[in-house]
Ligand binder design. Structure first.
Ligand SMILES: [Zn+2]
Ligand SMILES: [Zn+2]
Length: 284
């Protein structure tokens, strides 16, 4: 397995529109491990299309509990279970992840009990380990080291950027955040920085299409980064490649890749990827 990053879902926010991209989820294959980062709607389909056997589901990380990052966590594990999962899946998530999982299993109790009794499946509740984490080291295991940094995503306080290291490779995810200078130190020397991004000229149309105008705009400006901000973090951290992800807007016909490139080139001159669903970035 060659090391790679697959952007499964590349849009910011939970809304779906015809032909448009899907909410946030990524696959990171590093040091022989397949790691799922965030489980927005579409993650299961995305993993299957990326060639991942669901029975081999292993490590899942959730950056925060906004629905565009966690809505399909339960359905992903449940689908893997019905596909024959028989080994432990570990989910690392912020405080509240265990509560979500417990309630998901309760919501699916009828199906879970009947499949155990009728099909002789193992108990899904015994196949999943939930590890709630805070800032600092999350896990160190077989050469894989993961650390977390609390970022600035009000009103969510438990939102964490994640740094994945498996020597000599390193990939950092910003999670959802407003411009947050401590990410510079956190991302220093990374091969890839996956940073969320908004495009200034697209905000008005997103707000108009979604409704709830003033409040939504206020949230976007307080809790997310513009493409130029992402470029500043990448430049100051000296990363090898910047991937703009969690794009807002992601499905505006009046905005294309050239607009994103123009916005980020003001602050970032290095290797650049603008995310789209299913895009593979090799970890050279
Ligand atoms: Zn989000
Ligand atoms: Zn969020």
């Amino acid at each position: 397995m060659s090391d790679r990053l697959v952007l499964l879902g590349s849009k910011g926010g939970p809304a779906l529109r015809p032909g448009g991209p899907w909410p946030s989820s990524s696959l990171l294959e590093i040091g022989g491990r397949a790691i799922v980062v965030d489980c927005g709607l579409g993650v299961t389909r995305g993993l299957v299309d990326a060639g991942i056997g669901l029975k081999a589901l292993d490590l899942i990380f959730i950056t925060h509990l906004h629905s565009d990052h966690v809505l399909e966590l339960g359905p992903l594990i449940h689908t893997a279970w019905t596909a024959g999962l028989a080994t432990l899946v570990t989910v690392f998530g912020p405080p509240g992840t265990g509560h979500y999982w417990q309630r998901f299993c309760q919501a699916m109790e009828f199906d879970i009990e009947i499949r155990i009794a009728d099909e002789g499946r193992p108990d899904i509740r015994e196949l999943v380990s939930i590890e709630e984490f805070g800032e600092g080291q999350v896990v160190e295991q077989n050469g894989l080291k993961v650390t977390a940094l609390r970022v600035d995503h009000p009103p969510v306080t438990d939102c964490f950027a994640l740094r994945f290291e498996h020597a000599p490779k390193c990939v950092v995810f910003s999670a959802d955040t407003a411009f947050f200078p401590p990410l510079v130190d956190f991302a220093t020397g990374a091969d890839i920085l996956v940073h969320e991004a908004m495009l200034e000229q697209g905000i008005e149309s997103v707000v108009a299409r979604t409704g709830n105008g003033a409040r939504l705009k206020e949230h976007l400006l307080a809790s997310h980064s513009f493409a130029g901000d992402a470029g500043r973090i990448a430049s100051d951290a000296g990363v090898k490649r910047l991937v703009l992800n969690h794009l807002i807007p992601a499905d505006d016909p009046g905005i294309n890749e050239a607009d994103w490139i123009a916005a980020v080139r003001k602050t970032w001159a290095g290797d650049l990827t603008i995310a789209r669903d299913g895009l593979v970035v090799e970890l050279a």
